[in-house]
Design a protein around this ligand. Structure first.
Ligand code: 13P
Ligand code: SF4
Length: 332
C-alpha cells in the first residue's frame, strides 16, 4: 500500500510514541527525513548526543560509519538503520589498505613507533580499530585541527586517513608540510602523510565555480566544507564542518550573499534567500539520499513486530579498539 509523506509522518509518530526509539538524522538527509529526527547534527554531535540518550533503540538516518560509531560507543544500544548506506569516502579504505599504507611508510624508513595515526570519523570501524591499536585516534571535520595540534606534541609523523583533502587543508592552515601516499614525494619530509581518499560529492566544487560567483556578485562570501579540495578551501572566506557552516551562515546579515560548498539538502534549508549552492551540478550525496520516510516507517514497524531489521553489529575486538580511538577524541 502506498502512503503519502504526511500519512507516513503520522504513522512514524505513532510508532515513536509507542516504542523506546530515538530517531537520529544527519544534516545531509532529505528534508522530510531530517524533520522527524529527535537528534540532528553533524557527525560529532550525533555520536556524542546519541551516547547520552537512553532509548533502547537508535534508528540512525545517515551513512554506515555513523551508525557504526554509535554502536561502538554504546555497545548495549540496539542500532538500526533504515538503509545501511555506504559513505563513498569511508569505502576507499579497509583494514588491508590501511596495513599497506603503514608498510609503505615503514619502507620509507618510518617505523611504527614514529607513526601517530588519525582517522577521520568517515571510516569503517575496522580502520578505527587499527588506528586505536596503534595508539591513534579519530577526528571529525569540526575538531580535526585541535586533534592534530595535540597529536603533533608527540613528535611523530601523522598518518591521516582516509580524506586527503581534510588532511591537506588542516596542514595548510597550520603551516605544516603534507604529502599524499603515492604522490612520489618523500614521506620523511612531511609532517602529515595523507591517504589518497576523498569525497566524490565535495570534489564537485571547482575554482571556476568560485570565480563565477565572485564575478557575478563581487561582495559574495564563499563558505565550504573541508572535504573540498585545498585549491577551493584556499580561495574560500570560511571553511568549516556542517555545524560550523550553519552557525557561520545563520550569523550573517540577511542581505549578505553566500555561496556554500557542501551537500545540497543542507544548503537548501539554510536560509530563505541570498544563499547559493557553489556548483552548477547539484551536489547530492547519493547514499545519504537513499533513506526515505517509507524506510523509516518500515524499520520502526519491524521493531514493533519484534524483528528489527538492518541492525548494526560490530565484533568484540573491533568494537574495543574502535571505541578507544573514538574516546581518545572525545577526551580532547
Ligand atoms: P560533518 O562531520 O561535518 O557532519 O561531515 C560529515 C560528512 O560526511 C561530510 O561529507
Ligand atoms: Fe561520505 Fe561524501 Fe556523502 Fe559525506 S558527502 S557521507 S563524505 S560520500
Amino acid at each position: 500500500m502506498q502512503f503519502t509523506n504526511e500519512e507516513l509522518k503520522t504513522k512514524i509518530q505513532e510508532l515513536k510514541d509507542k516504542l523506546s526509539v530515538t530517531v537520529v538524522a544527519h544534516f545531509y538527509q532529505r528534508d522530510e527525513v531530517f524533520e522527524i529526527g529527535d537528534i540532528t547534527g553533524d557527525s560529532l554531535e550525533l555520536a556524542t548526543r546519541t551516547r547520552d540518550d537512553d532509548a533502547e533503540f537508535v534508528l540512525f538516518c545517515g551513512v554506515g560509519f555513523m551508525g557504526q560509531s554509535v554502536k561502538v560507543l554504546s555497545p548495549n544500544k540496539r542500532v538500526v538503520m533504515p538503509k545501511i548506506a555506504c559513505c563513498a569516502m569511508a569505502s576507499m579504505i579497509d583494514g588491508m589498505q590501511y596495513d599497506n599504507t603503514v608498510k609503505a611508510m615503514n619502507k620509507a624508513g618510518i617505523s611504527n613507533e614514529n607513526i601517530l595515526p588519525i582517522t577521520y570519523i568517515n571510516s569503517d570501524a575496522e580502520v578505527k580499530a587499527k588506528v586505536g591499536e596503534m595508539g591513534g585516534l579519530v577526528c571529525t571535520s569540526s575538531n580535526a585541527k585541535k586533534i592534530i595540534t595535540t597529536a603533533l606534541k608527540e613528535g611523530k609523523k601523522i598518518l591521516f586517513v582516509p580524506d586527503r583533502c581534510l588532511g591537506q587543508n588542516i596542514a595548510n592552515e597550520m603551516g605544516l608540510k603534507s604529502c599524499v601516499v603515492g604522490d612520489g614525494s618523500d614521506m620523511n619530509e612531511a609532517d602529515i602523510i595523507c591517504y589518497d581518499g576523498f569525497c566524490s560529492v565535495h570534489q564537485l566544487f571547482s575554482v571556476e565555480d568560485i570565480e563565477f560567483f565572485r564575478k557575478k556578485y563581487p561582495d559574495i562570501l564563499i563558505a565550504v566544507h573541508p572535504e573540498c579540495d585545498p585549491a577551493i578551501c584556499d580561495k574560500a572566506d570560511f571553511v568549516g564542518s556542517t555545524s560550523q557552516l550553519i552557525k557561520y551562515i545563520k550569523e550573517l546579515d540577511s542581505e549578505q550573499k553566500v555561496a556554500v560548498g557542501t551537500e545540497f539538502n543542507m544548503v537548501n534549508r539554510l536560509r530563505p534567500k541570498n544563499t547559493y549552492v557553489l556548483s552548477s551540478t547539484k551536489p547530492e550525496c547519493p547514499t545519504m539520499n537513499e533513506t526515505t520516510l517509507k524506510d523509516v516507517y518500515e524499520t520502526l514497524k519491524a521493531i514493533d513486530e519484534g524483528q528489527p531489521i538492518n541492525e548494526i553489529q560490530v565484533d568484540e575486538n573491533t568494537q574495543k579498539w574502535a571505541k578507544i580511538a573514538l574516546e581518545r577524541m572525545m577526551a580532547l
